[in-house]
Design a protein around this ligand. Structure first.
Ligand code: AMP
Length: 137
């Protein structure tokens, strides 16, 4: 774990706003602010583990359980054809926020490999987050 508070810890604490889709005792999920596709969601550990390398087994289990749950909801809410589940670990692998998180990126047939950075329109982020959140089973 790191000493400095990560941006994701601030999100969990409610100090920074987010489009939340899910929360349980150990994990938290919200929309990525700079999405690759509409509905791109991050599932994070509440505790500030850095990444896969310092993640205890119990936290890894909780994280993957939530990823499964949220992925099903993202698929339902966005009506995507598939989705990528990605975890970047360390700078060399593209990790920017050093707080363990998993990306869930919805894909439509034919858009795989296109690395876009989209921007949500006004109100769209809240609307999609709500759709995902109500689809959680
Ligand atoms: P990574 O490269 O795996 O560390 O990705 C970190 C992700 O966090 C990026 O896709 C960012 O767009 C996303 N991100 C950073 N700050 C925020 C924020 N305040 N709210 C939502 N997503 C964020």
């Amino acid at each position: 774990m790191t000493n400095e508070k990560t941006i994701f810890e601030k999100i969990v604490a409610g100090e920074i706003p987010c489009a939340k889709v899910y929360e349980d005792v150990e994990t938290f999920a919200f929309l990525d602010i700079n999405p690759n596709s509409i509905g791109h969601t991050l599932v994070i550990t509440k505790k500030p583990f850095r990444n896969i390398f310092d993640l205890p087994d119990s936290a890894a289990e909780s994280l993957i359980r939530s990823v499964k749950k949220v992925a099903a909801a993202v698929k339902k809410a966005t009506n995507c054809d598939g989705l990528n589940i990605i975890m970047n670990n360390e700078k060399a692998a593209g990790q920017i926020v050093f707080h363990a998180h998993v990306h869930i990126i919805p894909r439509k047939d034919g858009d795989w490999g296109l690395h876009k950075h989209l921007t949500y329109k006004d109100g769209e982020m809240t609307e999609i987050a709500k759709k995902i959140s109500v689809a959680i089973e």
